[in-house]
Ligand binder design. Structure first.
Ligand code: AMP
Length: 396
C-alpha cells in the first residue's frame, strides 16, 4: 500500500510517499514559505532533488503542487492519485482525548479542534492539512497520528504538576509530552534490536535534536517524559530553555520590561544552546566554537549533557532499573561526543562506552562495551515510517 505522510506546519509542509510493503520512500520533500511566496522541494527515490519556486498562497495550493509533482508524467513517483491508498497526518496535540492513532472522521476533527488551545501554533495547521487532503483526495482514508498519544500511559504521579488541582480539572494543565511517535518507534526498535522482553523491558529514549525530550518506557508503555504541557519543558534545547525556576519569569520581565509574550519569546526562541553560547543553536557550530576555546559554547554543551544525565538518572529511579538507553535524532544519532559525555555521568550504573563503536554513524548499533551492565545504543528515529505503519495498521 502507498501511504502519503503529511506533516503540516504553519507555513511549511513536509511529505513522504512510502510503500508500506517494502517500507521504501518513493518520494519526499517539503513546501516552504506557504502564504509568503512558496517553494516546493521534491525528490523521487534515486533521483536528484528538484526545487520549484511557485506561488502558494495557502496550504491548498501547496498540497495540490505536491500531488501534481507525485503524479508528474516525467518525474512523478506514481502514475495517478489512485495509487495513494491512505494519508497519515502528524498531529501535534491530542490532549487527553487521543491515546492512539485514529481514522479521521468529522468527530475526530471536532475533537482535534478542541485541543487547539493547547497547541495554538501547530494544531490549526495540522487541521488545514487534513481538510485539504480530504478535499483533494475524496474517499482516501486519512489517519491522525498524535505526538502526545504515546505518553498517555503516564501515571498521575508523573503527569500532575504541583499546582492547584482545579487547573488540571478545569483547564487540563498537566504533562502531555511530545515526540511521542519517535519515542514509540525508537523504544520498540531497541527492544527488538537487543532481543529484550517487550513486556518487562526498561528502556530510556533520549531524543536529542533541535527540540529534545527523554522518556522512560517500561514494558512498552511510557511512564514519564521530560516535555510537559508544551514542548518548552525538560532539557536545554536549540533555542528553548527547558526547565527553569518559574520565578525567573517575573524577575526578568521586570528587568527587561517584557510582557508575558515577550518572555515566552525569549524562553522559546532565544534561550537554550543559542542563548547560553551566544554562538548558535546548532550543535555542530557549538562544538567548533568550543574547540576554538569559546567558554560559553563549552558551558552550553556541558549544561546540556549534565541535564540529560540527571534526567536519565531520575528515570532509572522511576523504573527501578534500566536495561537499555537509546540515543536518537540529530544530536543523539550523530554526536558521539555528547553521547560519551552523558554516559560519563552514568558509570555508577555500570555503563561503559566503546569508543570505536561510538565513532560510527548511520544505523542501529550498540555503543557500550560488551561488559557494560546497561546496553547503550544509537537507534535512528523515523517518524514518517512510524506514521505510515500506524496508518496501515488502521486502514490496511
Ligand atoms: P533534528 O532536530 O533531529 O534535525 O536535530 C538537529 C540537531 O542535530 C542540530 O543541533 C544539529 O547541529 C545536530 N546535528 C546534526 N548532525 C550533527 C553532527 N554530525 N554532529 C553533531 N550534531 C549534529
Amino acid at each position: 500500500m502507498n501511504v502519503l505522510v503529511i506533516n503540516c506546519g504553519s507555513s511549511s509542509l513536509k511529505y513522504q510517499l512510502i510503500n508500506s510493503d517494502s517500507e521504501e520512500v518513493l518520494a519526499k520533500g517539503l513546501c516552504e514559505r506557504i502564504g509568503i511566496d512558496g517553494r516546493l522541494v521534491y525528490q523521487k527515490q534515486g533521483a536528484a532533488k528538484e526545487e520549484t519556486e511557485a506561488a502558494m498562497p495557502t496550504h491548498r495550493e501547496a498540497i495540490q503542487m505536491v500531488l501534481d509533482a507525485l503524479t508528474n508524467k516525467e518525474t512523478g513517483a506514481i502514475a495517478s492519485l489512485k495509487e495513494v491508498e491512505a494519508v497519515g497526518h502528524r498531529i501535534v496535540h491530542g490532549g487527553e482525548k487521543f491515546t492512539k492513532s485514529v481514522i479521521i472522521n468529522d468527530e475526530v476533527i471536532k475533537t482535534v479542534e478542541e485541543c487547539n488551545e493547547l497547541a495554538p501554533l501547530h494544531n490549526p495547521a495540522n487541521l488545514i492539512g487534513i481538510r485539504v487532503c480530504m478535499e483533494l483526495m475524496p474517499g482516501v482514508p486519512q489517519v491522525a497520528v498524535f505526538d502526545t498519544a504515546f505518553h498517555q500511559t503516564m501515571p498521575a504521579k508523573a503527569y500532575l504538576y504541583g499546582l492547584p488541582i482545579e487547573y488540571y480539572k478545569n483547564y487540563k494543565v498537566r504533562r502531555y509530552g511530545f515526540h511521542g511517535t519517535s519515542h514509540s518507534f525508537v523504544s520498540k526498535e531497541i527492544v527488538s534490536f537487543l532481543g529484550l522482553d517487550p513486556d518487562s523491558s526498561k528502556v530510556i529514549v533520549c531524543h536529542l535534536g533541535n527540540g529534545s525530550s527523554i522518556s522512560a518506557v517500561c514494558g512498552g508503555k511510557c511512564v514519564d517524559t521530560t516535555m510537559g504541557l508544551t514542548p518548552l519543558e525538560g532539557v536545554v534545547m536549540g533555542t528553548r530553555s527547558g526547565n527553569i525556576d518559574p520565578a525567573i519569569v517575573e524577575y526578568v520581565a521586570k528587568k527587561e520590561n517584557l510582557d508575558i509574550s515577550g518572555i515566552m519569546n525569549v524562553l522559546n526562541k532565544k534561550s537554550g544552546l543559542q542563548g547560553l553560547s551566544g554562538v548558535s543553536s546548532d550543535m555542530r557550530d557549538l562544538e567548533a566554537a568550543a574547540d576554538a576555546g569559546n567558554e560559553d559554547a563549552k558551558n552550553a554543551i556541558e549544561v546540556l549533557c549534565y541535564g540529560i544525565a540527571k534526567f536519565v538518572g531520575g528515570y532509572v529511579a522511576a523504573m527501578n532499573g534500566v536495561d537499555a538507553i537509546a540515543f536518537t535524532a540529530g544530536i543523539g544519532e550523530n554526536d558521539g561526543r555528547v553521547r560519551k559525555t552523558v554516559c560519563s555521568y552514568l558509570g555508577y550504573l555500570g555503563i561503559a562506552i566503546d569508543d570505536e563503536a561510538n565513532a560510527k554513524r548511520g544505523e542501529n548499533m550498540v555503543i557500550s562495551t560488551a561488559d557494560s551492565k546497561v546496553k547503550v545504543c544509537v537507534i535512528p528515529t523515523n517518524e514518517e515510517l512510524a506514521i505510515c505503519r500506524d496508518t496501515v495498521a488502521l486502514v490496511g
